[in-house]
Ligand binder design. Structure first.
Ligand code: ATP
Length: 461
């Protein structure tokens, strides 16, 4: 049974076990910022690693990149972010709460109205006609709607003036477009091929929230897949399905996912197809992964603004053209939330009639894969620590000797460790250990010399 937990329960779980802590807590906190503790960073790294393997390292079509967070500021003029990366903002005059007008409408209509991309007059009209009230204080006294640019601005060097304004990147994608020529030349890739990147992005969101779902600092895993014009919609379908299978491969239940195909009339002017993969978060279905067919818009813009040709020379036809791009773009933190939400369960243990918290997470991405537990600390600690050291180089292992063995098993169940290796009296005599399986609680006796292979097989299986 998947426990349908509230977001608050999920956040409490994350704090209790060391996945996520509120940011800058000892100074009273920094609103909507989060730090990832020992288990959180391990899970995040495992998610990034799995994405990297699927989309880059083990994918013969694609290569990787790690570009700068700070890019030439003309990048953001060319990409349209300086003029267009704006959200409609309004304030409640009574309680001073601030909202995104489109989200206010979407919440008020319980998701039946999609106000994304509406003009200020359309938004204003809707709010007036439907007499929308402030969700915080209940008053109907909003300021006018104004546009607010989401990019974090700073200055490069010591002089703060317009000339050296620089932005923290709001997406990783543009670094890929800037390097398209370099990568194509050095990797000698032929179309179709992709460039993947994982990295931090920053957006000065008006209404961050829902735990780590919407934050001002987050990480993206993005692929820009370059195709021959005319073939892009086939590749769009290909990456949609690839992405869906990636999520299911991580253990996410298929009926917790939904595709939202943007209607033709609502597409951004440069896109000829866009789909969001929605996940059923505790508050309802919401965007997990954006997949867009972006035509040649980005390369064309950078070519125009930089004066550098970004055309691809087809070695067979000798034709020069700008490739069309498919972009699957996924937030690490949203995936983190979805994976935890899907895996966190509570179940009855028949033998003891007790409830246990169980993180039924895929073995490959579990924060720890194996826990080494001495049955009696005084007698079995030394041997256990040696075993722990040996296993550390082979699997993600953790050592725990605090509290009775039953409680230690429960703790490992709750953080998703698939295997507990217990060292007991017989270990020293017979040179064997007990391996307990997280989901079934079945215990196997395994000779120590076979333990590494045994665990390897189980983790692969
Ligand atoms: P939303 O509509 O939720 O604001 P978006 O459509 O602006 O998202 P994109 O620009 O398509 O998002 O970004 C691609 C992906 O990056 C999103 O699908 C999401 O997983 C992630 N992402 C975007 N903004 C944030 C944020 N503020 N916090 C965490 N993740 C984010």
């Amino acid at each position: 049974m998947i426990l349908s937990q509230t977001l608050e329960q999920l956040a409490n779980y994350c704090k209790q076990y060391g996945f996520v802590f509120p940011g800058s807590e000892i100074y009273g906190g920094l609103a909507n910022s989060w730090d990832y503790g020992p288990l959180g960073v391990q899970l995040k790294n495992n998610l990034k690693q799995t994405w990297w393997e699927s989309f880059v390292a083990n994918n013969p079509m694609n290569v990787g990149l790690d570009s700068g967070i700070l890019l030439h500021s003309d990048t953001w003029v060319a990409s349209g972010h300086v003029n267009g990366f704006q959200d409609p903002l309004l304030d409640c005059r009574v309680c001073k709460s601030r909202f995104r007008a489109d989200k206010l409408i979407e919440t008020h209509s319980k998701g039946t109205v999609d106000a994304d991309g509406w003009s200020i007059s359309e938004l204003t009209e809707y709010i007036q006609i439907h007499k929308l009230k402030c969700p915080v204080c209940g008053n109907m006294d909003f300021t006018e709607i104004r546009k607010f640019n989401l990019m974090f601005e700073t200055h490069m060097g010591v002089i703060e003036d317009q000339k050296n304004t620089i932005y923290l990147r709001p997406e990783t994608a543009q670094g890929i477009f800037l390097n398209f020529k370099n990568i194509q030349r050095t990797s000698r890739k032929k179309l179709p091929f992709g460039i993947g990147q994982i990295g931090k992005a920053f957006r000065n969101e008006i209404t961050p929230g829902n735990f780590v779902f919407r934050t001002r600092e987050f990480e993206q895993m993005e692929l820009e897949f370059f195709t021959v014009p005319g073939t892009e919609l086939d590749w769009f379908a290909y990456w949609k399905d690839f992405s869906r299978r990636f999520l299911i491969g991580l253990g996410i239940q298929e009926d917790h996912l939904k595709f939202y195909d943007h209607p033709q009339e609502k597409l951004s002017f440069y896109s000829n197809a866009t789909t969001d993969i929605l996940y059923q978060f505790p508050w309802g279905f919401d965007e997990l992964w954006g997949i867009a067919s972006r035509t040649d818009y980005d390369l064309k813009q950078h070519q125009k603004h930089s004066g550098e040709s970004l055309e691809y020379l087809d070695p067979e036809t000798n034709e020069k053209f700008l490739p069309y791009v498919i972009e699957p773009s996924l937030g690490v933190e949203r995936l983190f939330l979805a994976v935890l939400n899907d895996a966190l369960t509570e179940e009855m243990v028949p033998a003891t009639n007790e409830m246990r918290t169980l993180l039924k997470i895929d073995k490959r991405i579990a924060p720890y894969q194996v826990a080494i537990l001495p049955l009696i600390k005084k007698q079995h600690q030394e041997f256990s620590l040696d075993l722990y050291q040996t296993l550390l180089s082979k699997v993600n292992a953790v050592y725990d000797d605090t509290g009775n063995i039953g409680r230690r098993y429960r703790r490992q169940d709750a953080i998703g460790t698939p295997f507990c290796v217990t060292v007991d009296g017989a270990t020293l005599e017979e040179k064997s250990v007990t391996v307990r399986h997280r989901d079934t609680m079945v215990q196997d006796r395994v000779p120590i010399r076979e333990l590494a292979d045994y665990l390897n097989d189980q983790l692969k299986g």
